[in-house]
Design a protein around this ligand. Structure first.
Ligand SMILES: CCCCCCCCCC/C=C\CCCCCCCC(=O)SCCNC(=O)CCNC(=O)[C@H](O)C(C)(C)COP(=O)(O)OP(=O)(O)OC[C@H]1O[C@@H](n2cnc3c(N)ncnc32)[C@H](O)[C@@H]1OP(=O)(O)O
Ligand SMILES: Cc1cc2nc3c(=O)[nH]c(=O)nc-3n(C[C@H](O)[C@H](O)[C@H](O)COP(=O)(O)OP(=O)(O)OC[C@H]3O[C@@H](n4cnc5c(N)ncnc54)[C@H](O)[C@@H]3O)c2cc1C
Length: 677
């Protein structure tokens, strides 16, 4: 251990980590600023973290794992109120809602210091407020938004039912307009129509956005959104006509009280239909306002966009833990009479971890770019231009699918990289994993969303065939008709072009397959179904090509005025990412490009050399994510590297250690061992 001063405090730091930090050849702060989107953002983030975390209110004395499910939930509610009060009274005023935003990644980061799993208010922040913002008329907005932002009401987003999650048009809950009383009657006609899953619904919220089939004048107009009060604002008792409760234990999100909701002819005022995109007049006349019927799905698009950022952050957390631990951990003796190396020195360990650092950068830059695309499409929609929406839907769908899936896979690799200690709850890797693995399913299942992107790609291909112009993210398709395979070019640009060729080749193969089935008598829907395995693969290839291109171009743009070593380490990571995926996808490259066996050998050599080049900067790179210990919440990943000390300290907190002999010994084990049971 070495004593060091950090932020005015004296702390002991593991000597290997001290050496690692001394080896780092680039300015860590500069990289942090790039990842935060500028120095101003870093300063603001740190100020917010100090305000929210320095008084220690976020910390639990007893680890959550030792509490009962009920106690864990109650503890999460208590902390949610502290957390929400700080956001409401100290942070919003300080920064201004318009500059920071309610769902700012900064608030999101702080939340992890408060909640090991999730806050029961997650869906209030993440879905209820955004739906009010996106689906209300100005009058409705003026009524509901201040109440929700002030936490006078807390809400969630209630869409999924026992019988349907993916197929929204198949939802069964009805909202039938009664012109006599100017009310909607909400009803759950079948068991499969019971609402299921919404976060915070079980015990926490008193309002929700409900998605239901709208009936007026005897006609069904499809799914629409309604603001529904479900609990009394004073007593919190469920209102008449409402049955509501918690759905029980899950793989994760256990402090999130996901709930069920059953309506028995429950009445709400006509004004509670969210009327930005469609209206029901007092006499029951239905009026369509929006030019695109899928604008009702806007909250889902928003959350899919936000989830890409969420993935970048979660992977940054996991790889910070795994790299710091790998620098501290020593194991085996590859050479006789030599000291045991740090496990980070093993090439295979570098192969597991450096791609995770690069992926966290790739996802961060892609997420920032996607968010900009999202806000620009939102501006178009405000100007009544809806032609950019399909591309946003296609992009947000595939990026949500691939980023959540890759992130979950890489977090699990981070756990493998930490050996047995990675399996300890106190490493926090299992909690991060269970949180992230759900994101592959919620807000649109992986396969289903890739098939949405595939619809867009197939249509785009037909446009390209007709030599019509297509939008920027698919402009590469125009080159797909070049007959000659270009010689393999292993530069970064060459690799990106090669993967665009792979994507185009896969889309083309899907088109051929669909047409083949149609020619043999199948209708389009059947031909589509028979092609779905390939369609999913094509959408994945397209998505990866978008990520490669964005990561590469954003790295160049964002480091244009950086110091030489920062520029170079960021470029090294980007190159590593491209080489990694080239080696992972040699089959595709052999099929669609002129890659040879010799080229694969060269790629492998370059990849391994790049691991060695990045190695001295590995700890510096994870330090640059600048994630505070309170947020990492990990015995293995703390800044000081006191891994074994922390593991022991946490073990001693186990209630089983409070007494030398557990009563079960006398009650069960001893009689059994003595043959008396
Ligand atoms: C800790 C607190 C701190 C505060 C910080 C908060 C941080 C926030 C960050 C976010 C993090 C966490 C978020 C909160 C947690 C969320 C929990 C999970 C919540 C949920 O899961 S809610 C439920 C979500 N459900 C789904 O996603 C269902 C998925 N299904 C669908 O989206 C659709 O049904 C469908 C699969 C797309 C099919 O729909 P449909 O059958 O109606 O449509 P078609 O297939 O026939 O297509 C017709 C046509 O429409 C196009 N289209 C479909 N969807 C859209 C769309 N959304 N936008 C635009 N266009 C769309 C489709 O492509 C077709 O076009 P085409 O005909 O081909 O031209
Ligand atoms: C932790 C968590 C929190 C959630 N929070 C909320 C919430 O706050 N509010 C809310 O409304 N919902 C919420 N959900 C529900 C979530 O949105 C759905 O579970 C999700 O959209 C998947 O739908 P599903 O469960 O119907 O899966 P299904 O659609 O039944 O999927 C089952 C399988 O069928 C496949 N499949 C389905 N349709 C097709 C198709 N057309 N083609 C090919 N394969 C298909 C899928 O790929 C999957 O493999 C939450 C879920 C979880 C896990």
């Amino acid at each position: 251990m070495k004593i060091k001063m950090l932020a005015g405090k004296t702390i002991e730091i593991n000597v290997d980590l001290v050496k690692e930090r001394a080896k780092c050849n680039f300015n860590i702060r500069e990289v942090t600023h790039i990842l935060d989107g500028g120095e101003k953002n870093t300063i603001q983030r740190k100020k917010i973290e100090d305000i929210s975390l320095n008084d220690g209110q976020s910390r639990d004395v007893i680890p959550e794992e030792y509490l009962s499910p009920k106690e864990r939930y109650e503890n999460a509610v208590k902390k949610s109120c502290i957390y929400a009060r700080i956001i409401k009274t100290e942070l919003m005023n300080m920064t201004g809602l318009e500059t920071l935003g309610f769902n700012s990644p900064v608030f999101r980061r702080i939340a992890d210091a408060y909640f090991k799993e999730v806050t029961p208010l997650l869906a209030h922040f993440g879905m209820f407020v955004p739906t009010i913002m996106g689906q209300c008329t100005p009058e409705q907005l003026a009524h509901w938004l201040p109440r929700a932002l002030n936490f006078e009401i807390v809400g969630t987003y209630v869409q999924t039912e026992l019988g349907h999650g993916t197929f929204i048009r198949g939802l069964e809950t009805t909202a039938t307009y009664d012109p006599q009383t100017e009310e909607f009657v909400l009803h759950s006609p079948t068991l499969s129509s019971y609402k299921w899953w919404a976060g915070g619904l079980g015990k926490t919220v008193n309002y929700c956005v409900v998605v239901a089939q709208l009936y007026t004048k005897g006609v069904c107009h499809g799914v629409h959104t309604f603001i529904v009060q479900i609990r009394d604002e004073e007593t919190h008792m469920p209102l008449p006509g409402i049955r509501v409760g918690d759905i029980g234990p899950k793989m994760g999100y256990n402090t999130g009280d996901n709930g069920f909701l059953v309506f028995n002819h429950h009445r709400i005022p006509r004004e509670n239909m969210m009327m930005k995109n469609a209206q029901v007049l007092k006499d029951g006349t239905y009026v369509k306002v929006a030019r695109h019927e899928k604008l009702t799905y806007g909250t889902m698009v928003y959350v899919r966009v936000m989830l890409v950022n969420e993935m970048a952050f979660n992977l940054a957390k996991a790889v910070t833990i795994a790299v710091r631990y790998s620098a501290v951990r020593r194991q085996s003796q590859p050479k006789p009479n030599q000291p045991e190396p740090q496990v980070l020195d093993y090439l295979t360990q570098q192969h597991k971890l450096f791609i995770c650092i690069a992926t966290a950068h790739a996802l961060q830059f892609t997420s920032d770019w996607l968010y900009k695309t999202f806000t620009s499409v939102l501006a178009d929609i405000r100007d009544d231009k809806i032609d950019t929406l399909p591309e946003l839907h296609a992009l947000s769908s595939c990026l949500k699918a691939i980023c959540t899936s890759d992130c979950a896979a890489f977090i699990e690799i981070c756990r493998f990289a930490c050996g047995g200690h990675g399996y300890m709850a106190s490493s926090n890797l299992s909690m991060i994993y269970s949180y992230v693995s759900a994101t592959r399913t919620y807000e649109g299942d992986y396969t289903v969303l890739l098939l949405q992107t595939a619809r867009f790609l197939v249509k785009a291909w037909e446009q390209v065939e007709k030599r019509r112009p297509v939008t920027s993210t698919i402009s590469y398709l125009s080159h797909a008709f070049d007959k000659l395979k270009k010689p393999w070019d292993g530069s970064n640009e060459g690799i990106i072009r090669a993967f665009q060729r792979v994507a185009a080749g896969k889309i083309s193969a899907c088109i051929n397959c669909i047409r083949y089935h149609q020619k043999s008598g199948k209708d389009f829907e059947d031909a589509w179904q028979l092609t779905t395995i390939q369609l999913v693969a094509a959408a994945e290839a397209h998505c990866r090509a978008v990520i490669y291109d964005t990561y590469y171009n954003e790295t160049i743009r964002l480091t244009a005025s950086s110091s030489p070593n920062v520029k170079s380490v960021m470029e090294q990571l980007c190159t590593l990412y491209l080489l990694y995926w080239s080696l992972e996808r040699t089959g595709d490259l052999l099929r669609f490009t002129s890659l040879s066996e010799k080229d694969i050998f060269d790629l492998q050599q370059r990849y391994e050399k790049m691991l060695a080049v990045i190695r001295p900067n590995a700890v510096g790179l994870v330090d640059a994510f600048d994630i505070r210990d309170e947020i990492l919440n990990s015995t293995l990943g703390a800044y000081d590297g006191r891994v074994y000390e922390r593991l022991m300290e946490e073990a001693l907190k186990s209630p089983l250690n409070a007494e030398p002999v557990n009563s079960s010994f006398h009650k069960h084990l001893k009689p059994f061992m003595q043959g008396k049971l």
